[in-house]
Ligand binder design. Structure first.
Ligand code: CS2
Ligand code: MG
Length: 417
């Protein structure tokens, strides 16, 4: 940039950085995404993801009706001040809707800063700590044999870490099991109803991991997501029963509203624990982290207030030997994936990054420069976070209401999903 022609736009003054346009784009290329696009007077634009699965329009409205009017005329370079303004200034703090909206603004501003500085985001954060971010893929099967085959296919593709879920005998639609072309839980306009049986689940999971170690050996990292289905003592039993198979982590073993539950798991097991994809702020995990009740924190950029807040959370976690393991399901758009990968490339206490393939339609709407190589995702050197939106293409995929499923027990009572 320093030797750019004199006709190149200037970004030096606050007038050049003035936000002149901000808009919310809702698109559904295979699934719904909410994206914020902010443009400065000097013509630089940045984008941020604001997708909250099954509640997309609540965040779109929060941005449209309550945030956008505050952006116009402000200095896009005052990222910290903007974060404080939207967080403290709103009076109503935290919560997934608010924090996703704040994240969208924050990520768009970091994207703009990168473009103005002509630097990739990881460089702005402090530069590379690693060459690529270790990722885990999702292997699902209706039964143990099918799940093991699926793990094998990931290993053949070069994955070094794989999350494994399998059907539970006698349970019709278990969590994480695809109905055919890949796993996308928000499939219907009204929530699909699934039935849950804890006893059968607790029997099958150790058998699954025994088989996976027998079939695939000790090298591959294996992960499992309980999806908040167990009580603390059930979670402790599961964590103990899978110890011989050395899981990389056991995720969301029990709902985290009651954080005491994690002490109970810790008393009984040395299986590594991950939690936090439904958290929105450092305050949601402060107790878990400072008491070393977890090993990986999964809160990611889009639902946790953006890079500005996640940087604080990661630094706090580092003090307690807790590593990052960002959520990365398909409901997090490529914009979040791009931003997360820059963060992963920099953050010293990185653990792993979840990665599910987006559909070709989604990839076309959100052109990006990250690539998967040797089981790791690598960011490019495009200034900013390296992800853009093709607005003309996005307009071809109108919003289609979809909600996440719910779970019930066999007697019909509601259960945790
Ligand atoms: C899951 C997600 O990726 C995960 O670990 O828990 O599939 C989650 O259910 C969805 O992202 C919910 O939107
Ligand atoms: Mg999960």
């Amino acid at each position: 940039m320093s030797n750019a022609a004199s006709t190149a736009p200037s970004h030096g003054s606050s007038r050049d950085r003035e936000i002149v346009d901000a808009k919310v784009i809702v698109t559904s290329p295979g699934r719904n995404f909410v994206t914020l696009k902010i443009t400065t007077r000097s013509g630089v634009h940045g984008i941020g993801d604001a997708t909250l699965n099954g509640r997309e329009l609540a965040v779109a409205s929060y941005l449209q009706d309550h945030v956008l009017p505050n952006l116009i005329g402000r200095d896009a370079g005052r990222i910290e001040d903007m974060w404080q303004f939207l967080y403290r200034g709103a009076y109503w703090r935290r919560g997934p809707v608010t924090m996703s909206a704040i994240a969208a603004v924050d990520v768009a501003l970091w994207d703009i800063l990168g473009k103005m500085a002509d630097m990739p985001l990881y460089q702005l954060l402090g530069g590379r700590s690693r060459e690529g971010a270790l990722v885990y893929g999702h292997a699902n099967g209706r039964d143990i044999a099918e799940a093991s085959d699926a793990v094998g296919r990931f290993i053949e593709q070069g994955f070094l870490a794989v999350r494994a879920q399998c059907g539970v005998p006698g349970v019709k639609k278990a969590y994480g099991i695809s109905s055919g072309k890949g796993y996308e839980p928000a499939e219907s306009e009204l929530p699909a109803e699934t039935v849950w049986n804890t006893a059968r689940y607790l029997d099958v999971v150790p058998q699954l991991f025994a088989r996976l170690r027998a079939d695939h050996g000790p090298q591959v990292e294996l992960l499992h997501d309980v999806h908040h289905r167990l009580s603390p003592i059930e979670a402790a039993r599961l964590a103990r029963s899978v110890e011989p198979y050395r899981l990389f982590w056991l995720e969301d073993a029990t709902p985290a509203e009651n954080q005491k539950g994690f002490e109970l798991i810790r008393q009984h097991s040395v299986t590594a624990l991950a939690v936090g994809e439904v958290f929105n702020s450092i305050w949601d995990c402060k107790h878990l982290i400072e008491n070393q009740l977890i090993d990986y924190i999964r809160t990611t950029i889009v639902h946790g207030g953006g890079i500005t807040h996640l940087r604080r959370l990661a630094d706090f976690a580092a003090l307690h030997q807790v590593r990052t393991g960002f959520h990365g399901a398909t409901d997090l758009s490529p914009v979040t994936m791009g931003a997360a990968l820059h963060f992963d490339t920099w953050v010293p206490n990185f653990g792993i990054q979840e990665y599910m393939f987006h559909t070709d339609e989604t990839d076309a709407v959100f052109p990006h420069d990250y690539v998967l190589r040797g089981g790791r995702l690598h960011v490019g050197d495009t200034p900013g976070h390296g992800v853009d939106i093709d607005e003309a293409l996005a307009a071809k995929y109108p919003y289609a209401p979809k909600q996440l499923p719910v779970a019930r027990l066999e007697d019909g009572a509601m259960w945790d999903w």
